[in-house]
Ligand binder design. Sequence first.
Ligand code: UDP
Ligand code: MG
Length: 322
Amino acid sequence: MDRDRLTVVVAAYNEADSLPLLQPRIAAVLDGMAVGQGVDSQVLYIDDGSSDATWAVLQELAAADRCIALLRLSRNFGKELALTAGLDRIEAGAALILDADGQDPPELIPQFVAKWREGYDDVHGTRLEREGEGWLKRTTAHAFYRVIGRLSKTPIPADTGDFRLLSPRALAGLQQLRERHRFMKGLFGWVGYNRVAVPYHREPRAAGRSKFNFWRLWNLALEGITSFTTAPLRLATYLGLLTALVAFGYGLWVIVKALIWSDPVAGWPTMMAVILFLGGVQLIALGVIGEYLGRLYDESKQRPLYLVDSWQPAAGVSSTRT
Ligand code: UDP
Ligand code: MG
């Protein structure tokens, strides 16, 4: 029987403290799978322009293990692009995406692989609960998944991170999507094929701190909504229609009032209220258009998605470890 190939992809940004804890866990799992499930695996770490010792730590790890490949980007491009850079490097077999901080347990990888063998193309981990995350992050994340689930025509499963396995054909599909504003959860959904969720308990971070503060998450949410639905544009249209309707009605009333009672000049407060209200609605609609226009501008520049600083392919796979 042909042996299956699997590449574990880990994007790391300032994770010098977490990586030495994570790599032994991954290695143990991959060694077990090489024997038990007949899978040849490698680990691909992407240093997303870290400013701490991450790259040095990674090189130490790679020196001790032939199955580790390293990719370093020229600067910090963000998790979505770091993952893209990693996935682009995979030439054969399936990909498994894992967070560097140990929040996605590598011990579940054999379960993901088993689903892949059953014929699933996109096996994604769904969080049962979020430990070590505050109330605000939990409620806003919940709200976000509900909103985008409603608005987007592409299916985006709720409470699903990037912890997932992509079959070779799903990976090939994803590699064809070259848009610059990348909302990965949506892109995975766009690819389609057979999908299945694996529920898991998301552990708290092993070391270091989260790179996603509230502002970054807000921007990610905007990215998700603008990349996968034009509903806000539609909303602006309806808001405009509604306001116009009310404005016409009120204008008619003002004229009639003047004709019948020959209204003297008055009503500075109403005039101010109307001007401010209409101005506000117009600015909101302009802002919505601006969000889409800005993204269009970015796409039209046709820049490469990321630049690579250095690339070290792995020397071997898990079953040939010496
Ligand atoms: N990450 C990255 N580039 C960035 C920010 C984060 O590669 O600019 C990686 C990070 O090292 C980690 C993963 O993305 O492996 C998830 O980040 P984090 O744990 O900070 O996010 P959270 O789990 O809090 O959502
Ligand atoms: Mg994390």
